[in-house]
Design a protein around this ligand. Structure first.
Ligand code: 5AD
Ligand code: FES
Length: 344
């Protein structure tokens, strides 16, 4: 086992069978996390990239079984921020020192190409990097947003297991999802994807495939988080993802894709009070604090137990900076673009 970790640390290559062995083994996990931490330090350094997250609409036309924003959930107050309100939140995020905003929403067709293009154009005038996370769009739409200045796009594959994906996301199609990721790459976005850990019926083999898929598509950023059952969804009685397994998937992703950006996800902190800090010490180098204001923070409820719902953006900025400094790391002053290392 130790040799496998050494091999991954040196060569950044493992076979599927080798990944499975490491995912299954919790005795050796501390060594896995330490190796991922060393690779993180060597390739992306001690600086943590902060991205301000704006959750601008919780209206969604999709029906993902795991997600609290699914169209048929009647127990969530729906909201939409107006384009100028979104731009104002970005301006405030800049005031708190963020260099990037992530604009995230459900799949909400209210936001036409004109509206998103306007939002992106205006925020670019603030000299910020922009990440969009607004779901599956057409080739033309992705092109329009890139032309308007969007830098990055997040679209998790959720799982590379086609059958599981299509069971979990009724009405959606795994080929479409992959087509979106290819289009985004083609337009020169930095592409972020990722998976859920602990979906009902998901196997360790399938998680190994997820990690290999991230490598195959040459992702720039990978977000990994445990599935957290939501009472307002059909999966309310499911078990939910395990923290340590999620961390192992994340650490292995760092070992195999050494120079990418990896966020310490909010879902990690929901199931473990130290989750983001533990993740930062096990391969992660990004945190995405919420900069949405007021009630919207609470109603963007993918899963229960969301952190920071009663805190202000200013408080979170101070809080996370303190936590990062507390582990001897620094907050980056840069835009945090993916610097590809030729060795990887
Ligand atoms: N638990 C954890 N993560 C979830 N997401 C959606 N619902 C849940 C849940 N119940 C994740 C999905 C999506 C991202 C924005 O949030 O992976 O891509
Ligand atoms: Fe929000 Fe700590 S990051 S309270």
């Amino acid at each position: 086992m130790k040799e496998l970790i050494e091999k991954a640390e040196k060569t950044h290559q493992l076979s599927k069978a080798e990944i499975v062995l490491l995912l299954e083994n919790h005795e050796i996990q501390e060594e896995l996390f330490n190796a991922a931490d060393r690779v993180r330090k060597e390739y992306v350094g001690d600086e943590v990239q902060l991205r301000g997250l704006i959750e601008f609409s919780n209206i969604c036309k999709q029906k993902c079984l795991y997600c609290g924003l699914r169209a048929s959930n009647k127990n969530v107050n729906r909201y939409r921020l107006q384009p100028d309100e979104i731009i104002e939140l970005a301006r405030k995020a800049k005031g708190y020192g963020y260099k990037t905003v992530v604009l995230q929403s459900g799949e909400d067709d209210y936001y036409t190409v004109e509206k998103i293009t306007y939002i992106v154009t205006e925020i670019k005038k603030l000299e910020m990097a922009i990440t969009l996370s607004i779901g599956e769009k057409t080739y033309e739409e992705y092109k329009a947003y890139r032309d308007a200045g969007a830098d990055r796009y997040l679209l998790r594959i959720e799982t590379t297991d086609k059958r599981l994906y299509e069971d979990m996301d009724p009405g959606m199609n795994h080929e479409d999802r992959k087509r979106c990721l290819e289009d985004l790459k083609e337009f020169g976005y930095e592409v972020g994807t990722g998976c859920l850990v602990g979906l009902p019926g998901q196997t360790i083999e399938s998680l190994a495939d997820d990690i290999l898929f991230f490598k195959e598509i040459d992702a720039d950023m990978i977000g990994i988080g445990p599935f957290i059952p939501n009472n307002d969804t059909p999966l309310k009685h499911s078990k939910g993802g395990d923290f340590d397994l999620s961390l192992r998937v994340m650490a292995l992703t760092r070992l195999l894709l050494p120079d990418i950006n990896i966020p310490a996800t909010t879902a990690m902190e929901v199931i473990n009070p130290q989750g983001r800090i533990i993740a930062l010490k096990s391969g992660a180098n990004v945190v995405m604090p919420n900069v949405t204001e007021g009630e919207a923070r609470k109603w963007y409820a993918l899963y229960p137990g969301k952190i920071c719902v009663n805190d202000t953006p200013a408080h979170c900025r101070g809080c996370i900076t303190g936590k990062i400094k507390g582990i001897g790391r620094d907050v980056s002053e840069g835009f945090g673009f993916h610097k590809k290392n030729s060795e990887s």
